[in-house]
Design a protein around this ligand. Structure first.
Ligand code: CTP
Length: 397
């Protein structure tokens, strides 16, 4: 249901905090990637380690994480940009009041302010508190602010009383989360489509300190990933070793060698669209040594072997309705060579990229691309971001 979706689970200090552990498991079982933020009070009900172990990520509690080493991720206000949905469950009356006030005294409340994604608040407290005028008024206020509220259920509460205030069952929250995420999905020609984009170079190690690679920066691939997302796609970026920042909102998996990329792509053959912008090495060392090669010889010959051609393999195993978009890096006979790759690799489109021209190709911020389809040819130039959008708008009108 929530496959590939990214959820921040905010846990506040109420007795129902223990139920957030089960909720987290259900989110994960539904295919979501979850990261947890807790208020300091929540850590008195459930140990940070419980969530750390289950998510394999540091749990964010304090805005100042100096006393909690290794929490680099928690420092990022990008957390709210990363997520598709922020669910606060349980949400105490105290945190609700802070949200109304715009307080940012801990990581959970700060993330409410930085979140670009929708926020679902699950107020959970004792019946009397829930019915109190202040809580009712605060609930009205957060609704007006555009936050979603999942009303608590009636039943037996920790106080021993029967009243409205229980955290709803995980299925109810999951269903609501799914509906909200769908409501907020960007509507475009790629909505509901899984788009896998590759970017950057590969590295083929010869020994532990040397490798064969190329100057690809990954800029064009990231621009394609951003453009696919802007058109509504569920984007997964597979990237080689690059130094530029990948936007938090793009889901990504790193690879190093052509072989690794091939293996990764095979696990994502269900993609509706594949955009192969990675500059993949065609050769790797036939033998890789575990120890550094010493210069105790006058010359050295390297024997290379072919790496798997991921795009060729995708073309040969193309699924019905799947669309393959390749890139062609050429120094000569650009159009002719790109056309033959389009055919040979069974592609739908190919972006012919001259690396001879100024202001184009490797590491440049701008590019010059001729997009070739089976019966069409169109030229694009400008910043990589601009032409990435133009190319995808041409392919997906
Ligand atoms: N590609 C790939 N696996 C490889 C080599 C290339 O998947 N081992 C993909 C690239 O990502 C690109 C397309 O194939 O989308 C064309 O890559 P390019 O380097 O231009 O051409 P090659 O197929 O490698 O052919 P040549 O090097 O002979 O030009």
């Amino acid at each position: 249901m929530l496959s590939g979706k990214r959820i921040i689970l905010g846990v506040t200090g109420g007795i129902a905090a223990y139920k957030a552990v089960f909720l987290l498991r259900e989110f994960q079982k539904a295919g979501a990637e979850v990261r947890v933020v807790m208020t300091p009070a929540a850590t008195r009900f459930v140990g940070i380690e419980t969530f750390t172990s289950l998510t394999r990520y540091d749990v964010a509690v304090d805005v100042f994480s100096g006393d909690q080493p290794g929490q680099s991720w928690t420092k990022h206000v990008h957390m709210g940009e990363w997520a598709d949905l922020y669910v606060i469950a349980p949400c105490t009356a105290n945190t609700l009041a802070k949200i109304v006030q715009g307080a940012s005294d801990n990581m959970l409340t700060t993330t409410v302010l930085t979140a670009r994604c929708p926020i679902l608040i699950c107020p959970t407290m004792d019946g009397e508190m829930y019915e109190s005028p202040a809580v009712s008024e605060n609930l009205d206020k957060v609704r007006k602010m555009g936050y979603y509220i999942q009303e608590p259920e009636s039943g037996y509460l920790a106080s021993g009383l029967e009243a409205k205030g229980r955290l709803p069952e995980p299925e109810t929250i999951l269903q609501r989360a799914d509906t909200i995420i769908k409501e907020h999905a960007i509507q475009g020609p790629l909505t509901g489509k899984k788009v896998v984009v590759t970017a950057g170079p590969t590295r083929e190690y010869i020994d532990p300190v040397r490798f064969i690679s190329n100057p690809s920066s990954g800029k064009m691939g990231i621009a394609m990933a951003e453009a696919a997302r802007a058109l509504g796609g569920d984007v997964l970026l597979l990237h080689g070793p690059i130094s530029i920042q990948i936007p938090e909102r793009i889901q990504s998996i790193p690879f190093v060698s052509a072989e690794e990329l091939f293996g990764l792509m095979k696990t994502h053959v269900d993609a509706n669209v594949v955009i192969m912008a990675a500059a993949v090495s065609d050769f790797s060392a036939e033998e890789k040594t575990d120890k550094k090669v010493k210069k105790d010889q006058a010359s050295l010959s390297l024997k290379l072997k072919r790496t798997p051609d991921t795009l060729q393999w995708l073309g040969e195993n193309k699924k019905k309705g799947q669309l393959l978009i390749g890139f062609a890096m050429e120094t000569e006979d650009l159009i002719q060579n790109a056309k033959s790759k389009l055919e040979k690799k069974n592609l739908d489109w190919i972006c012919a990229n001259s690396i001879q021209d100024e202001d184009s190709g490797f590491d440049s911020d701008t590019n010059k691309i001729t997009l070739l389809g089976k019966n069409s040819e169109e030229y694009f130039e400008g910043t990589k971001e601009k032409i990435a959008i133009e190319i995808l708008e041409k392919i997906f009108p």
